[in-house]
Design a protein. Structure first.
Lengths: 319, 319
């Protein structure tokens, strides 16, 4: 199977919103008037972001999910994406699984594959995604105000728990491992919640490198501090009702786990009813975890409301 | 040096046209009204698209050049790009060279780096570029008409000649090798010519996989054939005035060499004065190489105007 056959068989579909889709030198696409465009890119490398044994259907899903999560974090509506793929060989079973996982999620969000590149080389999946936002309504990291409430969506820590199990650092009951693994391999980008929070959230980021690290980006960009009640942490793990995670591990997983693809956002206390409505309408659970302060530091509070010292680092590819 | 330091030091610059540049979950960018957007992506892998010994400044240039070449082929004006980079290690000398080569070309075309991703892994450079075009004026592969003249820009075959020399298949005088190598490592995307041909060229493609292969895409998309006069081929090599290439090798290099990043395009004979003016105004040489026919085949003609049989294949990553 040649390069063009591969594209034709697994990736080319009739254009939806694109004026010109796959097959010319460029894709051509007409933006909606009154909208700004939001762009994000994520690159996934074998052995770094996923194991060689991962189910290719899950990998197709995740490759797009992590990109959609960035759009969600700005409140953007997904529109289209470009896929560049470096493959060791044209493995048809892998391509069939990967592309079906990719398109299943893409179709769910009406996000169209409009172009890309394929080449031979070590397995590498590089996606650039584009969404749009009514002009002026993007939710940035820099808008958090002192006194705002802090929230996270969904569940935190399960992906990290799966990683610790893969590394042999913890032994999990089979059903807990399967659940954690699914959270790691098939994260749910909070696209509907992100859009529902336009005009409500003052700042937002997605949690890809761990809550502490990604919240840190908001604090830095907004020139503020925060205090968070760490007692929420263990209960936020989706695996929590099925198994009791050792407390230290639960703290690490939920606070600095990474690979969660949930949203962390701030909103004025006066907007709390709107926040709850946005969560309900988008079918996404949210948890209030603390508030924005003027301290310029992130303070972690324990059960008694007193500061706790936890040594946690967010993920850094070159640290 | 951590991931964020690396981005800060080598890739983050103050936003130009972007509303939000590097540093948030998404870049935010406002499209010009009355314009469509053109997107293209190219991924460069070490050992496949470049050698580990390549000058990183040249590699930075080439990584963006091959993408700008796709925009040129549609007549688009470059606007912005996303860079995803997988690096074995954070090598400062390499990053300094790579980013300076990249930004030198980007600045020349006012094409802004608005976002991307960095990760650790085998060296892989993945760029998605965006340009815009006044609505309805993109030049596609599908518009060639029977009777149109066929042209190529600039020079063909030198990059392939350099590759043959690297492979030890031909021995070149030093100054010829240096010239050929520069053509391979620092191709010039024909951006100004592409834009100047809006409303003039009926079909266009960039020559990345070799003239025969890329012209083939135009013929297939336009449902036409072509005949080209192969006697032009040897003289199109930029190395030609300095050295006499063996005739068979010259034919291979110029007709199916690949990595040329010139444009091949068709235009009505009645537009020939406009074609020449576009070439002159963009400072790009062009050569008429043949014409579009109704034969649905590509016929190669020799010195006597009679068909010649040449066995040539265009490049395919998985063939």
């Amino acid at each position: 199977m040649g390069e063009f056959d591969l594209i034709e068989r697994y990736f080319k579909r009739p254009p939806l919103s694109a004026d010109v889709g796959i097959g010319d030198d460029c894709a051509v696409w007409t933006p909606r008037s009154g909208h700004q465009l939001a762009f994000s890119a994520d690159m996934l490398v074998e052995g770094r972001h996923f194991l060689s044994t991962v189910n290719p259907h899950h990998l197709g899903h995740k490759s797009l999910a992590v990109n959609l999560s960035d759009l969600a974090a700005c409140g953007a509506t997904p529109q289209a994406f470009m896929l560049s793929l470096s493959l060791p060989r044209a493995d048809e079973a892998w391509l069939a699984g990967f592309s079906s996982g990719l398109f299943q999620l893409a179709d769910q969000h009406r996000c169209e594959l409009i172009g890309g590149d394929t080449t031979q080389g070590p397995l590498n999946i590089s996606i650039t995604v584009m969404g749009d936002i009514p002009t002026g309504q993007s939710i940035l990291r820099s808008g958090a105000q002192v006194g705002d409430d802090l929230y996270v969506s969904g569940h935190l820590g399960d992906a990290r728990l799966a990683l610790e199990a893969f590394r042999g650092n913890v032994s999990l009951p089979q059903h807990v491992f399967e659940l954690a693994r699914l959270r790691m391999e098939r994260p749910t980008p909070r696209v509907a919640l992100g859009q529902a929070l336009r005009g409500i959230a003052t700042a937002m980021a997605d949690i890809s490198d761990g809550l502490i690290g990604d919240l840190g980006h908001i604090l830095k960009a907004s020139h503020v501090g925060a205090e968070i009640d760490t007692t929420f942490a263990p209960a936020l793990m989706q695996t929590h009702p099925f198994w009791t995670c050792p407390p230290d591990l639960a703290m690490t997983c939920a606070l600095s786990g990474g690979d969660d693809y949930e949203l962390v956002f701030s909103a004025s206390p006066s907007a709390s009813a709107n926040v709850q409505r946005a969560a309900k309408e988008s079918g996404t659970s949210i948890t209030r975890i603390g508030r924005i302060t003027d301290s310029r530091r992130l303070e972690l509070l324990g059960m008694d409301g007193l500061p706790v010292a936890i040594s946690l680092n967010s993920f850094d590819h070159f640290a």
